[in-house]
Design a protein. Structure first.
Length: 146
């Protein structure tokens, strides 16, 4: 990876997002919790949720990831409240398609992932970027299975 590739990949926007992750911490009484880990880089995201009629009412996350994973957690954290599993799965699928297949930026409310587009070329970063979605979906599943 060249220096110019790194500069492009870790833009000021991505670094600003990584420094401002919302909903950090842990919920006192979550309905569901889950942890997702990228075996390639070791990044982890842990999520706790409470649900109200199938939608996220409260959300907390613990993020130990690269700047791209942190930026992804920030983008998702800014939009996650009020969303249901189906909407989150659609966003995750669209983000995966954007990264892996040069698809379009995910549709609303996930259009903030536009800043992640330079990571398309770095397949080894894709799993870390998807971790916030994976952990959130698994936490919803845990809540609905309880």
């Amino acid at each position: 990876m060249s220096d110019s590739d790194l500069i492009k990949l870790y833009s000021k926007q991505i670094l600003a997002l990584a420094a401002a992750i919302p909903h950090l911490g842990k919920l006192d009484q979550p309905d569901g919790e889950a942890k997702a880990r990228s075996p390639l880089c070791g990044s982890t995201v842990s999520v706790g949720v409470t649900l109200d009629d199938g939608a996220i009412a409260d959300f907390a996350q613990n993020v130990k990831a690269c700047a791209l994973g942190q930026a992804s957690a920030a983008i998702l954290g800014n939009t996650v409240t009020g969303l249901d599993r189906e909407t989150l799965q659609r966003g995750r699928d669209q983000l995966h398609q954007m990264l892996a297949d040069h698809g379009p930026v995910p549709s609303a409310p996930f259009e903030g992932y536009e800043v992640i587009q330079p990571a398309r070329e770095f397949k080894n970063r894709h799993a870390s970027i998807l971790l916030p979605f994976d952990a959130t979906l698994a936490a919803i599943d845990a809540a609905q299975d309880a």
